[in-house]
Design a protein. Structure first.
Length: 143
């Protein structure tokens, strides 16, 4: 019984480290619980085609072109419910979070658990909108 009180201060010091075990490493290898950060591809078995990073509180997208990462200089903006409804008129309530380029041309959308939108892949909770169209994307390991 004397061992438990002597371990309590150590456990309290370690508790913040123990509580951080519910996330993932983002594209920079830094631990994050933000589901929008990381690398994505149009197929679960393809290499990363784009990645979402965060710097100084702003989100940025980088595209993998010819084995080189090219970062878009324009920060992505988190969309409001009304803005999400512009993309998914009847299904906006099924979208948990969205990041879009203010001038258009790119967006990534994270679905709520159990979402049943048309075009949603059964094995992915993400969809991306790029210049050439929209479709499911898959979180993949960052190089």
């Amino acid at each position: 019984m004397r061992l438990l009180p002597s371990l309590l201060p150590s456990l309290l010091l370690l508790s913040p480290l123990l509580l951080t075990g519910c996330g993932k490493n983002n594209s920079a290898g830094v631990f994050s619980s933000d589901p929008m950060l990381g690398c994505f591809s149009t197929h679960a078995r393809k290499p990363a085609e784009f990645r979402i990073e965060q710097q100084q509180g702003q989100y940025y997208v980088s595209f993998n072109r010819d084995e080189q990462w090219q970062r878009d200089a324009t920060p992505l903006q988190e969309s409001s419910r009304a803005e999400i409804a512009q993309f998914f008129r009847d299904d906006a309530g099924q979208i948990n979070k969205a990041l879009v380029r203010p001038g258009g041309g790119f967006g990534i959308f994270k679905f709520n658990p159990g979402a049943t939108l048309k075009g949603k892949a059964k094995d992915s909770d993400y969809m991306a909108l790029v210049l050439i169209g929209a479709g499911p994307v898959f979180p993949v390991k960052c190089p």
